[in-house]
Design a binder for this molecule. Structure first.
Ligand code: GLN
Ligand code: ZN
Length: 765
């Protein structure tokens, strides 16, 4: 019998119950006991649901109060000294929360640990912080308690834990400066493994047979010392009395197949959604007793699968492996929303194409029924419905618009080149009449309660279109007058009409859909509802022209048009999987190109296209970077290259590292790029300096995440630093990012200082 199991389930709850409980606890509106109860209730509900869906063991260890890596870090007794945790004693919940967010109901506040993206997902984990001689000890009982909890409720369990090498790879520390792969970290491995062995023995004593050890780091390009460490570590762990299933996902492990062959573990999990090509190689490498768990259903996206095709593909593997074949989602279901049936606002056709966590488990069960030839009558009905949904998706005019398809065929004929920057910049500066060190902002101005309320009222139909338009226009006028008064050179309209930089455009483009409850955990208690790009992207009408043109009509100074770039829209959405991402990105780029040209025709002389997500779209393996960057840059150029020489194109990126991708950044050929640099003291500019970046650049001079007012002198000194790295005539003066989270008084004070800094620079530099 093919085994059906799951790698992990969304912990947050269908209605974001965990978020609500945790936040109430932080606000001291809920006791710790009540929080614990709510956690237990959610775990129980999720186990029950998975059990009913037919999974053989319920996963235990996928639950987390904030982040599962942080759960593990604290279990290993790794608490940075600033949290004043007595080494050797058990770590309590408030210490965990203080590590995550700096404060908790109990204990001294301290600087929170760093948070970063989990591989190429939008999930953020808390980065483990290590000391040079870090010691490890078993500091929490929660995993064992949860195993017992599930067993008492009558479930068979499979604990899920982060693997030692992935955990170590993702950790950092002041003594480890060489990045994730610093071999010095490997010196900690023996001590770390001692605690792992202890944990595995404890689990065995609880009657656990299998433990899933997540090692997604194994899909990366790893230095030889790390591959060697995999071999030695698992040699040791395999001595423990439980069976280990090493789980890999997000990419292939075929490039490390020699290491894979060496590990004496009881089984492997691989992701054949993201990396189908590895299947044969791994099957061949498998030892006679090892099981193979095939991640066949996409844990990263929300589409229904072609179960017939999958079952045909896996039939061969089943014949080879018999009962050593296991089936699972490609990765933990953490990255998808819980249940499509909670959606009441989507049309039936679209809904029939979607599969969230609950549906994915159903799909897996059916896939196994197909493989085993045990399809029941009820299953048969479900399968027929699924087939017809796939048919409708494949042939719908919503996914294949003939007009757009014809246009896409000729996409190569559209020129992506502009007059060389060195020539066009003179035309622009003269035309725009800009001083040295021109000042600008990144787009949004404070989003007051009143503005948010106004948008809500309008959406709910409590405010008429005309009244809404008038109110937004009044806000635009306020923002324009304010910028004129304080002396900004290139103005913005303030983005009062936007709640979110992707959602705003998605709602105006055909091919996008929005869920009501499609929440996915982003970090801690924060969840996002990514838009769904389900079909061909078309722009039925201009999206920003009226607002921008109105803003421009109020002033003789240039007002920037403000758009979100194609790569960022792609990156922050669930993207259709029936064509390459590149093609969806091209569709977005074409829609934006039309918007850019309409803005220009309406008299907008400066247009900014935000691309904060270019870097995070980088593939996990270096070998794939170039192809990605090529189409990402091409799409940006497709959007922007239709304009006249005198029209100035800006782009904006925040919280990016630019090392390694400077070639691509330069190839985007934006006239001006604004970036976030103040928090790094202009360090991020070094990449631009080393590259001799040729175009204009606005290094952010103050952190918009802080309510503190930046002083003129300090901003001048930052700009002087910048001017040592790049030619002064290429520099702009602007904040790090948009101002929407700030209040008016501090925005006013900060921008006044910023303008004063620019004036000082004009005279003294
Ligand atoms: N134009 C957007 C704003 O100012 C940019 C936001 C971002 O970079 N994330 O809010
Ligand atoms: Zn930004």
């Amino acid at each position: 019998m093919t085994v059906f199991h799951n790698l992990g389930f969304p912990r947050i709850g269908k209605q974001r119950e965990l978020k609500k409980a945790v936040e109430a606890y932080w606000n001291q509106e809920l006791s710790q006991e009540a929080l614990q109860q709510e956690g237990a209730r959610l775990r129980q509900a999720h186990w029950q649901l998975q059990h009913e869906a037919g999974v053989k063991w319920v996963p235990v260890g996928d639950f987390a109060w904030y982040d599962h890596i942080l759960e593990w870090t604290t279990t290993l007794g790794v608490v940075p000294a600033r949290f004043q945790h007595p080494v050797g004693s058990s770590v309590d919940l408030d210490t965990l929360f203080r590590m995550a967010r700096g404060r908790a109901p109990q204990g001294q506040p301290a600087a929170a640990c760093e948070m970063t993206k989990w591989f190429d997902t939008n999930y953020h984990y808390i980065v483990p912080e290590l000391e040079a001689n870090q010691s490890f000890y078993l500091a929490r009982e929660s995993l064992f308690d949860q195993v017992a909890e599930a067993q008492q409720a009558g479930f068979e369990v499979k604990p899920v834990i982060p693997g030692p090498l992935t955990w170590l790879w993702l950790s950092k520390g002041d003594s480890f400066s060489e990045g994730a792969g610093d071999v010095a970290k490997l010196q900690l491995l023996p001590a770390l493994l001692t605690v792992y062995i202890e944990i595995l023995e404890r689990l065995a004593a609880q009657g656990v047979e299998w433990v899933q050890v997540d090692e997604p780091a194994l899909v990366l390009d790893l230095p030889p010392a790390w591959l060697q460490a995999y071999a030695t570590a698992y040699e040791q762990l395999a001595q423990s009395p439980v069976k280990l299933l090493v789980a890999t996902y997000f990419e292939s492990i075929a490039h490390h197949i020699d290491t894979v062959k060496q590990l004496p573990v009881a089984g492997w999990h691989i992701d054949i959604v993201r990396a189908p090509q590895q299947l044969n190689a791994v099957v061949e490498a498998l030892g006679a007793d090892q099981v193979l768990s095939v991640g066949a259903i996409d844990g990263r996206n929300i589409w229904r699968s072609d179960l017939d095709a999958l079952s045909r593909q896996l039939q061969v593997v089943r014949a080879q492996l018999g009962s050593r074949l296991w089936i699972a989602p490609s990765c933990s279901l953490l990255h998808v929303p819980v249940d499509v049936s909670s959606e009441t606002g989507l049309d039936e056709e679209l809904k029939s194409w979607l599969s969230f966590a609950v549906q994915k488990l159903e799909e897996l069960r059916l896939l196994i029924a197909l493989l085993e030839g045990t399809v029941s009558d009820a299953d048969q009905k479900y399968l027929l419905a699924q087939r017809s949904a796939l048919q409708s998706r494949a042939h719908s005019a919503r996914t294949h618009n003939p007009e757009l398809r014809a246009k896409l065929k000729k996409i190569d004929q559209i020129s992506r080149t502009r007059t060389p920057f060195a020539e066009r910049i003179h035309v622009q500066r003269k035309h725009l009449n800009l001083p040295a060190f021109p000042t600008t902002t990144i787009g949004s101005f404070p989003q007051t309660k009143e503005i948010r309320q106004l948008r809500r009222d309008w959406r709910e139909g409590n405010v008429s279109d005309a009244a809404y338009e008038k109110a937004i226009q009044a806000e635009i006028e306020r923002v324009i007058r304010f910028q004129e008064e304080i002396g900004i050179d290139v103005l913005v309209h303030g983005e009062a009409e936007r709640n979110d930089m992707v959602e705003y455009f998605g709602e105006l483009l055909a091919g996008f859909a929005f869920t009501q409850n499609g929440w996915v955990q982003s970090y801690g208690s924060r969840c996002v509802k990514p838009p769904i790009i389900f079909g061909d992207v078309l722009r039925p009408a201009p999206m920003t022209v009226a607002w921008s043109a109105y803003a421009q009509s109020l002033t003789t100074l240039p007002v920037k048009g403000m758009l979100t770039g194609p790569v960022t829209m792609l990156q922050w959405s669930f993207v259709r999987d029936d064509q390459p991402r590149k093609e969806t990105c091209q569709q977005l780029a074409l829609a934006l190109r039309d918007e850019v040209l309409d803005l220009e025709a309406a008299g907008i002389q400066v247009i900014q296209i935000d691309e904060p997500a270019i870097r995070e779209g980088l593939p996990l393996r270096r070998a794939d970077w170039e192809a990605y960057l090529q189409w990402a840059v091409d799409c940006f150029r497709l959007s922007t290259s239709g304009v006249k020489d005198s029209t100035q194109i800006h782009t904006h990126m925040c919280y990016s590292e630019f090392n390694d991708i400077m070639q691509a950044i330069a190839a985007m050929d934006a006239d001006v790029i604004t970036i976030e640099t103040s928090r790094s003291n202009m360090e991020l500019l070094e990449a631009f300096e080393d590259f001799h970046y040729p175009n204009d650049i606005g290094p952010g001079v103050y952190d918009i995440h802080s309510p503190n007012i930046p002083q003129q002198e300090w901003m001048v000194s930052l700009m002087q630093k910048a001017a040592q790295k790049l030619p002064a005539e290429r520099l702009w003066v602007n904040p790090d990012c948009g101002l929407k989270t700030r209040g008016w008084p501090e925005t006013q004070a900060a921008l006044l200082e910023m303008v004063a800094a620019a004036r000082y620079l004009r005279q003294h530099l």
